[in-house]
Design a protein around this ligand. Sequence first.
Ligand SMILES: [Zn+2]
Length: 268
Amino acid sequence: MPEGHTIHRLAQDHTARFAGRPVRVSSPQGRFAESAALLDGRTLESAEAHGKHLFLELGDAWIHIHLGLFGKLGFGPAPAPPATDTVRLRLANGDHWADLRGPTACALLGEGEKKAIHERLGPDPLRPDDDPDRAWKRISRSRTSVAALLMDQKVIAGVGNVYRAEVLFRHGIDPYRLGKDLTRAQWDAIWADLVGLMREGVRNNRIDTVRDEHLPEAMGRPPRVDDHGGEVYVYRRANMPCHVCGGEIRTAGLAARNLFWCPHCQIR
Ligand SMILES: [Zn+2]
């Protein structure tokens, strides 16, 4: 499942290619055909993301997209290739096309329905106006582990399995620590760090969380080889040596996903 930085990057990609111009909207697969016909030829006003949700504004309506586990968005220069029947949504103008395949959600929403989605999501570190206090109110009275809370999109939106593991490592926090036992200072540091890390993630379109002194060049170690790319401290590094203490990284199931952490470094 892509994390929030990927969806914010996709919003930027749509804005760069389509915003401010009329766009052809179609659904070669047919499952979005009625809505596509209604929107076809409208101007794409804006694109935005909240957590793992993408919203495209066309006149007084929004297309709401959630990629889920298997959804993919691909872009290319015009002319668009012949559409196959796996394309749920195609956007095209004279210069670009974008194809959406296999999403969990692709729906036409009015303003009120869109607002309802925002309201059920927690604050997103990548939305400049979002308020970390909203998340803190839930975390500070929760008997759930901080590792599970970070994955709960109602608490904080956009953080996935990589960012949760890495941000807890970077702050030395035991992933099993309960939300109510986290200090306000720890939460503020986690939020601020997520803002920085995820912004960098949008820029580079990948997740890097390792400080300069722990980069391969600085440590004289080989770079990480993983289809997620990027240098990380603990994610998918089970049984490997910690870059900081040399101890063994551990893994366990938590909130339906594999958690990774260093039991020597994460003791706070
Ligand atoms: Zn360690």
